[in-house]
Design a protein. Sequence first.
Length: 501
Amino acid sequence: MEIFDNLILGMETALHWQNILFCFLGVLLGTLVGVLPGIGPTATIAMLLPITFKLSPETSLIMLAGIYYGSQYGGSTTAILINLPGESASAVTAIDGYQMARQGRAGPALATAALGSFFAGTVATFIIAIFAPPLTDIALQFGSAEYFSLMVLGLISSVALAHGSVVKAIGMIILGLLLGLVGTDIYTGTPRFTLDRLELADGLNFVAVAVGVFGIAEILRNLEDESDREIMVKKVTGLWPSKADFKAIIAPIIRGTFVGSALGILPGGGAILSSFAAYTVEKKVSKTPERFGKGAIEGVAGPEAANNAGSQTSFIPMLTLGIPANPVMALMIGAMIIQGIVPGPEVATSQPKLFWGIIASMWVGNLLLVLLNLPLIGLWVRLLTVPYYVLFPAILTFASIGVYSVMSNEFDLYAMAAFGLLGYILSKLDCEPAPLLLGFVIGPMLEEHLRRAMIISRGDPMVFFERPISAGLLVAAALVLVVVLLPSVRKKRDEVFVEED
């Protein structure tokens, strides 16, 4: 019964008029950034972090969460109508969704995406409510050694689940860890890697790094690849799926929900890996796999349910352990720190209204998204006609204002530009930036727990192996790394990420 009491507390928080308003604004903005190519939730949340100064912790985090899972909805619109995923997790949806649009079935494809996402979001909300409290209780038993080992496992898992080369993913994590060391040593007060710049004494501005690597770099990539796209505006008719469509999508939505819910918890996976995995599952279980890629509605239902479930269950490690599962969760942790809240298992006990309010708001937000998305499809499509030469300068302006307003430091603007260029270069080298940001966020915490554990053990490194939980986590990390480096596994892994490109 305790879980129902907690959910009632969460609903009371989520249904407060101010929280409903900002949840609505969050999912509306999330849909918008999902629809418009070249923005994405990471850069948007980074730009909006300064706004959270003036909002309560519950309101600000409910709004930011709405932006994240709202973008999963919006990304499917462009994926289906113009074969351009507004959000990377919707890349798989474009395979069959766009073919359905070309066949005059854009309406059922869009409705399937919305209904599948709503069902998955509802189930994922209950999964979070069920599993978050026990994980929090376990996390309260953790010491510095366990936290260090858990972070190592998280970073190794993000390598295993990243696109492309394992070696490049490891390189990105190491680069992120090194960037996280910039600043003043927390124990000795010695400046490190500051290049004698006073502005770097407190480390690199997290918002500047995130907006640069994701937002600015994405703008540069889109400017390079500006091309004419066929928009299926006139073919969006008959939104409601037929009886045969409903029969075809029920099982894929259920399968996609549970695939996404499981994979979303893993660091580095989240919505992107979930959608790829769900598509692969649907193709394997189908009696007519040759239909996939030619307008199979199951190829829309499964991935869309999976990416929404994955995006929501990625909140579990962030809420219970204070460990980000992806770059957006890293930004959410940044928002909590801005509000003076220490991320970790204590949040559930010290801030129950915040903890359960975020969980309950996810169901409210998913309901708002269904009510919003289908009637406003025409509006979202018209926004796609905005020329790049108008859209991107506006985005760049808002990004610059957001970064500058955090610390009122012009150095951060130069840092944003530099990391934007770095992000663009990394993309040309096929290096995924997500592990870099995860390494940058986790790096300082990893170092702190490593040094604290070593101080407590008087310099004995065996402390990480003598404590059972810590040793188990390190063994799991080693096994994940060994398995992903096996030739057969590496080949299969490449097929998963390349097959549907």
